[in-house]
Design a binder for this molecule. Structure first.
Ligand SMILES: CC(C)(COP(=O)(O)OP(=O)(O)OC[C@H]1O[C@@H](n2cnc3c(N)ncnc32)[C@H](O)[C@@H]1OP(=O)(O)O)[C@@H](O)C(=O)NCCC(=O)NCCS
Length: 153
C-alpha cells in the first residue's frame, strides 16, 4: 500500500500548488476549469498536500470533441518526486474519466516530461509546439477505445 493518500478535492485545494509548480509568476494564466465536468485530486503525505492533478471535459484543439477529456495541472512537489505520486494521480484521473464514459484523454506536457505521460498510454500527436515561458510543449493523446488494458489503478 502506498504511503500517499490520493483523494478528490475542491479546485481551490490544489490550485495554489499547481500555480506554484507550473505557472509561478504567471497569475494571468486561466485556472483549470472548476465545473460539473471537472475533477481535482490531491496527493497527501499525512496532512500535507504534495501533489495534484485535474481532469475535465474539453475537446482537443482542432480535433475530437465527443467524450474527450483533458488532463492538466499534474504536479508533484520537488521533494516527493520519483516515488510514484505522479503515477497515482494520473491513474486516478484516468479512472475518473473512464467512469464517465470518456473516449479519449489528451494533455500538454513539456519536452522533459512527455515520457512520464507515455508511460500511461499517451502518444505524442506531433512535433513540439512553442509553450512560451513553459518552453517546448507536446500534445499527447490516449485513446480509450483502443485500450486492451484496464484504467483501474
Ligand atoms: C511529471 C511529474 C508529475 C512526475 O511525478 P513523479 O511523482 O515524480 O512521477 P512518478 O514517481 O509517479 O513516476 C512514474 C513513472 O514515470 C517516470 N517519470 C517520472 N518523471 C518522468 C519524466 N520527466 N520523464 C520520463 N519519465 C518520467 C518514472 O521514472 C516512473 O517510471 P517507472 O514506472 O518505470 O518507475 C513531476 O516530475 C512534476 O511535477 N513535474 C513538473 C510539473 C509538470 O511538468 N507537469 C506536467 C504538465 S501538466
Amino acid at each position: 500500500m502506498s504511503e500517499y493518500d490520493v483523494r478528490a478535492v475542491a479546485a481551490s485545494a490544489v490550485l495554489p500548488l499547481q500555480r506554484a509548480l507550473l505557472d509561478r509568476h504567471h497569475p494571468e494564466v486561466e485556472p483549470i476549469p472548476d465545473d460539473d465536468w471537472s475533477q481535482h485530486f490531491g496527493a497527501f503525505f499525512g496532512d500535507t498536500l504534495v501533489g495534484a492533478a485535474s481532469i475535465h471535459r474539453e475537446a482537443m484543439p482542432d480535433g475530437l470533441e465527443e467524450g474527450v477529456w483533458r488532463l492538466a495541472g499534474v504536479a508533484v512537489d520537488y521533494g516527493q518526486r520519483g516515488r510514484g505520486v505522479g503515477a497515482l494521480l494520473v491513474g486516478r484521473c484516468l479512472e475518473h474519466a473512464a467512469a464517465h464514459a470518456a473516449t479519449a484523454v489528451w494533455c500538454i506536457a513539456p519536452a522533459g516530461v512527455f515520457g512520464f505521460f507515455e508511460k500511461h498510454g499517451f502518444q505524442r500527436t506531433g512535433e513540439a509546439i512553442d509553450g512560451g515561458y513553459r518552453g517546448p510543449q507536446y500534445m499527447l493523446f490516449a485513446d480509450f477505445a483502443d485500450r486492451s488494458r484496464s484504467w483501474a489503478v
